[in-house]
Design a protein around this ligand. Structure first.
Ligand code: C2E
Ligand code: CA
Ligand code: CA
Ligand code: CA
Length: 279
């Protein structure tokens, strides 16, 4: 039994070494990915299923690596955050999304905001707001067509700083959303002073509304609270007609999810934006 314990320990540490090596390799490849233009933005429509209109879309990054194939953000964003590479990557994402959105407008498509994910490290940089201003100036996109998705965690570091920064963004006319709402541990009172436009209900709650009454209650509470505070609300991860029906009955009418569309390439969403209706 003692021997076996030793072996297990060995496996465990080999496993750790392998993981560290994998992370180092990923980090090295991520650095090169920036130079080699291996990133692409996919877009997922945000759909008003009552009026049946696409009201906006969210940009979601993909990494096409010649050896690994397409790597999902859940795999590389955490490493990009640990290494600080997210600052470069994130800036590219904002620029690319703003540029693409302006292109669509130039093509005569109805203007709609593009939502961009902002990592906490990015948001906390001193020059975050001027950088955004510069990108808007350079791409010619009006601020109201940019929607920055931040997470609850930013409200937990220095709430006063966060409030000031969100205010500055809102004063410029930029929209600010709280992503994955309900998954963090921040208290609701933290949000009272944060001048945000909307809440996005995390998809983990939506996926269980018909299985777990607690999750259904959380969703109901978030919707009622958002309505009271005059915030817009987007349900994430809407996969079934039942999910949609549930939300409709509670007066929540904007959603993102596979029921409407998966995230797709720019050219593919362009077609959807032209048609405006999904389903
Ligand atoms: P997120 O911001 O919560 O984005 C929603 C994720 O849910 C996306 O995964 C999307 O493809 C997926 N999704 C949408 N609808 C459904 C559905 O109906 N069912 C299911 N099962 N999934 C759905 P994705 O694209 O893999 O992105 C994962 C996460 O990576 C994002 O979660 C976001 O936190 C992060 N991420 C993506 N792009 C960026 C980026 O440009 N910058 C930063 N900082 N983070 C990003
Ligand atoms: Ca998001
Ligand atoms: Ca989310
Ligand atoms: Ca998420």
């Amino acid at each position: 039994a003692k021997d076996r314990g030793k072996n297990q320990y060995c496996y465990y540490s080999e496993d750790m070494n392998a993981r560290m090596l994998e992370e180092l390799t990923l980090e090295h490849e991520l650095r090169k990915a920036m130079e080699n233009n291996e990133f692409e933005l996919y877009y997922q429509p945000q759909y008003d299923f009552v009026t049946e209109c696409i009201i906006g879309n969210e940009a979601l990054i993909r990494w096409h690596n010649p050896f690994r194939g397409t790597v999902a953000p859940d795999v590389f964003i955490p490493i990009a955050e640990e290494t600080g590479l997210i600052l470069q990557i994130g800036e590219w994402v904002i620029r690319e999304a703003c540029h693409q959105n302006k292109q669509w407008q130039n093509q005569g498509l109805a203007p709609r905001p593009v939502a961009v994910n902002v990592s906490p490290l990015q948001f906390l940089q001193n020059d975050f707001v001027p950088k955004i201003e510069k990108i808007l100036r350079e791409t010619g996109l009006e601020p109201k067509y940019l929607d920055l998705e931040i997470t609850e965690s930013i409200a937990m570091t220095d709430i006063n700083e966060a409030v000031k920064k969100v205010k500055r963004l809102r004063d410029l006319g930029i929209q600010v959303s709280i992503d994955d709402f309900g998954t963090g541990y921040s208290s609701l009172s933290n949000f009272r002073d944060l001048p945000i436009n909307k809440l996005k209900i995390d998809r983990s709650f939506i996926s269980r509304i018909h299985e777990d009454s607690k999750d259904a209650e959380i969703v109901d509470t978030i919707i009622v609270m958002a309505q009271k505070l005059g915030l817009e609300i987007i349900a994430e991860g809407v996969e079934t007609k039942e999910h949609m029906q549930y939300l409709k009955e509670r007066n929540c009418k904007i959603a993102q999810g596979y029921l409407f569309s998966k995230p797709v390439k720019a050219l593919d969403i362009e077609q959807m934006l032209k048609n405006n209706h999904l389903l």
